[in-house]
Structures are given as structure tokens and as C-alpha cells.
Design a protein around this ligand. Structure first.
Ligand code: KIV
Ligand code: ZN
Length: 519
């Protein structure tokens, strides 16, 4: 059996199903490019029939990605498969990912089909995808974690006979425990006669916190592909976290005896933009990429690590790309130096205008901070790569606050590159005052549900990264921005979320236009 584990990244499909994580097309392309640098084998870029945005994402990612396989999800119906195949036609290595439920629960309540009808529907979907010329068809047996194994074996045998090249065994509801999920994979390896003609794939959800353990149990029992997302984002409690599986396989090579093609030093550089762009924060104690993952606070541990790192550290943080940061640039660094370092960090600019925007922001930060770290540069580049249409842009902000003052904010915004709008308000704090003043201009009802602050680097002069989430009706939008001034960062983050809302909802846009008052 091969010792190479394929890493299938579904950040852009299952990951994007996290509430409020919706990404703009350019943001998806940026993440796809970084996933390639990370060295994943498969990028699942979307569910093409589900929306024009998903179709376009799969089409654009297919045209961008050079080495990885690009995958599009479908239901087991011809219309979905036609649309996915169309979206994938520019891909060097296209894969259609089709399938349907196999548990009694899904057959009865969701599909309302008999087991034999569902089996035939799945096999004909695979035959149809292959008949279009798709060389690589993955079949998902949804809710396999709660399915009757004997039926699951029959389905897998039939879809492999129909041409499936990869069999996905999802624990859709995150129900199983490692011993059970491992045994399920082992049972498939031992009981499906033609299983040697396909790769078995683990796809786990984290409802009981078992996703990583279950995926690793699957590898121990014969799975040769693991489906995962960056930072473990995804529906409900999320999917298997890519960085955890990859680093577990890497750190415990002695135990697993397998390898992946992931460039581990790119892990942290992938985690940060995914968090910033989706607005889903990484919990501080998250394994591998959390802020505290390599922090030692107790005296005994610090003493041990200073004497010999391996006393309390099983992973060298540099192996995941953490702590490589050097003081690299200062206000005197020219365009050439900044461009070069950005390129090394994975932000190569062909668009001069775009580079100039980042450079001007760099000068602003360098002026205030004197020393600009890689993390600062990353934050600026990610901020500027946000391609959400800038319906409203900040022109000027003035805030008064203090323990004896009534917090008051005056904001000046540019609307669609032309009208300048200004308003002011007070609030129970400076951020509240700013948001109220903005709301007087952009009259789109929304509720702020979350606001959080992280520092990009250390020290009182560090840039602040602000992430917010707003709710409008049933939809959640996130916004993120970084700046050396916390209030400016919070203002930009709010505008970022509002611009996403306006881009998605033309009705809301109209409302804000009617409210326009030019100053
Ligand atoms: O969790 C799941 O079952 C899935 C399938 C659609 C692949 O995401
Ligand atoms: Zn899933």
C-alpha cells in the first residue's frame, strides 16, 4: 500500500459553509494560490450549480491552479454534473465530486428512496460523469458514519464498477469515534472486492471534537486521502483541520509511516489569510496555528525550553512557518525592497496600481512603527487584496473620547468613487460613536454581533487587526482590517463588512443610495 497521503482541501467549499464565512471571488483565488504553495493535492473550489458565484469560483480556480487537482461538488444528478464539468473545463486536472446519502436516516428522510434506487442513482451519476470525459470522479457516501456497513460496501462496489476513482466516506454528522471510524475504513478495505481500483478518502466533521483523531484512524486503516480545511473551519463545529492532520503525520512519522506533499513551512502563512478573509478567528489554544500553540508561560516550562527546546516542544514552530519573522524593512526601504519581500511572502504583484496601494500603506505603517515585520506586511497585503467592491470608502475620521468626554465621531466617506458624504454622532464609546455616524450615512439595517481585536505583532506600536461580524436578516457578514490605530482598524473593518453586505444585496444598496446626502 502506498505511503503517500493525498491532502484534499475543502476550505473553499465545506469551509465556506461556515456561517458568515462567505468569500469574494478574488479572495477565493488568493486562497487557492496559497493552497498551491502549501502543496495540497486537491482543491475543492465550490459547488458549481449552487450559485453563479460558486460556478465562477470553480471556473476561475480551474484556470489559475497549475499543479493541484481542482474539484467541483455535485448532487448525483445529470444537471449538476453538466454544470460542474462546464466550470471545470479549464482545469489541468479536473475532478467531479458526486454522491448521495447512504444511511437509513438519509434514505428515508432526505432522499425518500429505497436503498436499491439510491444505489442505482449513484452508479448512474458516476457513469454519466465518466461519459462526459471526466477522468477523475470522486463519489461521496454521505452520512457513511451512521450507515449500515453491508449496504455501504454494496454502494462502493457499484460506483467503483461505474468508474469512480476515489471513494469518500464522510462522517457527515461527526458521530463516530476513532475506533469506529477506523473499523469502518478497515471494513471497506476488506469487504469491497474492487477497492484496489480506488483511493479511500476520510471526510470528518468535528461535532464531538473527533475529526482529526477519526481522520488519523482512517489513515491507519487504509485511507489514502484526507479531506480537511484550513483552521478546521466548516459547517457547525467544522471539518478536520488540515494543519493538525499534516503535522500529526509529520511529527509521528515513526507511528504512521506515511507522508504528505504539504510544505509545512507554509502552514501559518495559509492560516492567517484564511482567518482574516473569512472573519473566522483562530482560538488561541488551537493546535499548530493558535497564538498560544508555542507559548510557554509557566516558569518550569520556560526554563526547560531555554535549556533544550524538545523538553516541552514536539514541533519546532519554524517547521510551520512561525517565528521566522525578522525586522526587515524601515521607512527608508524603497519600492524594490518592499516588492521583493512581498514576493517572498507569496504576494507577487503584476498590477502596478495594486502594488502602489500596498506600498503607500507600508510607508504609513513604517512611519509610525519604524520597524516593519513580515506579519505587518502580510496584514497590509491581505487587507489590500480584498476585492469586495468599495461602495463606501473611508476618507476621513475624527474621534474625541476620554474618561471625561462624550465619545463623538465625525466620518467622511466616499460613495462609489464620487460623492463625499459626512455625518457625526455620539456613542457610549469611540467605536460605538463611529458605527453610529456611519449608520447615519449608510442606512442599511444590521446588528453588530461580534467584534474582536488581535495585535498583528507585539508591542504598543503594533498594528491592530480588528474582525467584526454583522447580521442582516438571516445573513452574516464578516469584516477585517489592520491599522496602527485601533479605531481606524475598527472603522475599516465595519466598512469592509458593510461593503460585502451591499455587494450581496442590491435591495440594501438601493436603500443606502436613497439616503445619500452629498456634502
Ligand atoms: O460532510 C459531507 O458529507 C460532505 C459531502 C457533501 C462530501 O461534505
Ligand atoms: Zn462535509
Amino acid at each position: 500500500m502506498s505511503t503517500r497521503i493525498q491532502i484534499f482541501d475543502t476550505t473553499l467549499r465545506d469551509g465556506e459553509q461556515s456561517p458568515g464565512a462567505s468569500l469574494h471571488i478574488e479572495e477565493k483565488i488568493e486562497i487557492a494560490r496559497q493552497l498551491e504553495r502549501l502543496g495540497v493535492d486537491v482543491i475543492e473550489a465550490g459547488f458549481p450549480i449552487s450559485s453563479p458565484g460558486d460556478f465562477e469560483a470553480v471556473r476561475r480556480v480551474s484556470a489559475t491552479v497549475q499543479n493541484a487537482t481542482v474539484c467541483g461538488l455535485t448532487r448525483a444528478v445529470q444537471k449538476d454534473i453538466d454544470v460542474a464539468w462546464d466550470a471545470l473545463k479549464g482545469a489541468k486536472r479536473p475532478r467531479i465530486h458526486t454522491g448521495l446519502g447512504v444511511s437509513e436516516n438519509h434514505l428515508k428522510h432526505k432522499l425518500r428512496k429505497t436503498a436499491d434506487e439510491a444505489l442505482e442513482m449513484g452508479a448512474s451519476a458516476v457513469r454519466y460523469a465518466r461519459s462526459l470525459g471526466c477522468p477523475d470522479v470522486e463519489y461521496f457516501t454521505e452520512d457513511a458514519g451512521r450507515a449500515e456497513p453491508a449496504y455501504l460496501y454494496r454502494v462502493i462496489e457499484a460506483v467503483i464498477a461505474a468508474g469512480a476513482t476515489v471513494i469518500n466516506v464522510p462522517d457527515t454528522t461527526g458521530y463516530t469515534y476513532p475506533e469506529e471510524y477506523g473499523a469502518l475504513i478497515r471494513g471497506i478495505m476488506e469487504n469491497v472486492p474492487n477497492i484496489d481500483k480506488a483511493i479511500v478518502s476520510a471526510h470528518c466533521h468535528n461535532d464531538l471534537g473527533m475529526a482529526t483523531a477519526n481522520s488519523l484512524a482512517a489513515v491507519r486503516n487504509g485511507a489514502r486521502q484526507v479531506e480537511c480545511t484550513i483552521n478546521g473551519i466548516g459547517e457547525r463545529a467544522g471539518n478536520t483541520s488540515l494543519e493538525e492532520v499534516v503535522m500529526a503525520l509529520h511529527t509521528r512519522r515513526d507511528y504512521f509511516g506515511v507522508e504528505t506533499g504539504v510544505v509545512t513551512t507554509e502552514i501559518y502563512k495559509t492560516s492567517r489569510p484564511v482567518s482574516n478573509l473569512t472573519g473566522i478567528l483562530v482560538q488561541p489554544n488551537k493546535a499548530i496555528v493558535g497564538a498560544n500553540a508555542f507559548a510557554h508561560s509557566s516558569g518550569i516550562h520556560q526554563d526547560g525550553v531555554l535549556k533544550e527546546r524538545s523538553t516541552y516542544e514536539i514541533i519546532d514552530p519554524r517547521d510551520v512557518g512561525i517565528n521566522e519573522s525578522k525586522i526587515i524593512l524601515s521607512p527608508r526601504s524603497g519600492r524594490h525592497g518592499v516588492r521583493h519581500r512581498l514576493q517572498e511572502l507569496g504576494h507577487a504583484y503584476t498590477d502596478e496600481e495594486q502594488f502602489e496601494k500596498v506600498y503607500q500603506r507600508f510607508l504609513g505603517v513604517a512611519d509610525k512603527k519604524k520597524m516593519v515585520y513580515d506579519e505587518d506586511l502580510e496584514a497590509l497585503a491581505t487587507d489590500e487584496s480584498r476585492q469586495v467592491p468599495q461602495t463606501y470608502e473611508l476618507v476621513q475620521l475624527q474621534v474625541t473620547c476620554g474618561d471625561q468626554a462624550m465619545p463623538t465621531a465625525t466620518v467622511k466617506l466616499r460613495h462609489e468613487n464620487r460623492a463625499i458624504l459626512m455625518d457625526a454622532d455620539t456613542g457610549n464609546g469611540p467605536v460605538d460613536a463611529v458605527y453610529r455616524a456611519i449608520n447615519r450615512i449608510v442606512r442599511v439595517p444590521n446588528e453588530l454581533t461580534e467584534i474582536s481585536l488581535q495585535s498583528v505583532t507585539e508591542g504598543t506600536d503594533a498594528q491592530a487587526g480588528v474582525t467584526i461580524r454583522i447580521r442582516s436578516g438571516d445573513d452574516i457578514y464578516s469584516g477585517h482590517a489592520a491599522h496602527t490605530d485601533i479605531i481606524v482598524a475598527a472603522t475599516q473593518a465595519y466598512l469592509n463588512a458593510l461593503n460585502k453586505l451591499l455587494a450581496k444585496s442590491p435591495a440594501a444598496q438601493d436603500r443606502s443610495l436613497r439616503a445619500e446626502a452629498v456634502v
